[in-house]
Design a protein around this ligand. Structure first.
Ligand code: RB5
Length: 146
């Protein structure tokens, strides 16, 4: 499975942790940047770039990180076909996959400690969409796209 990662400067260190963790588990990882914790970078560009990869199916799933996770999730959700869920715990991440068929996870590096963030990422990647009644709702969501 191929996972795309993206972050701004605030999310850079956590992105590096997540990347190491995913590679250790055998995931193919594409990192669209940023590549520094000290040079300010817009969450908009990196969130959108990662989201475009997911929308084009160049990646199976994406994980994007900024300080709160808010800005980069908003950016990713502007891309047609993307359902990016900002999660602060494993329960949310699991249900984001099982009920919402989220194809991207957003994390806040200033909100969740790295060990929790890694567990949230694992819950997201291991979750499976349940379909059935949830498929109709996801379809309704998709129909809102302009
Ligand atoms: C950057 O300082 C910060 O604003 C950004 O990482 C994010 O939290 C925005 O939503």
């Amino acid at each position: 499975m191929k996972i795309v990662l993206g972050s701004d400067h605030a999310g850079f260190l956590l992105k590096s942790e997540i990347r190491k963790h995913l590679e250790k588990q055998g995931f193919e990882v594409v990192d669209v940047g940023t590549d520094s914790a000290t040079v300010p970078a817009s969450y908009v560009n990196f969130g959108a770039e990662a989201a475009r990869m997911v929308a084009r199916r160049d990646a199976d799933l994406g994980i994007v990180i900024c300080g709160t996770g808010i800005g980069i999730s908003l950016a990713a959700n502007k891309i047609r076909g993307v359902r990016c869920a900002l999660c602060t715990n494993e329960f949310m991440a699991d249900l984001a996959r099982r009920h919402n068929d989220a194809n991207m996870l957003a994390l806040g590096a200033r909100v969740v400690a790295p060990q929790f963030a890694v567990a949230i990422a694992d819950a997201f990647l291991n979750g499976k969409f349940e379909g059935e009644r949830h498929a109709a709702r996801v379809g309704e969501l998709c129909s809102l796209e302009v």
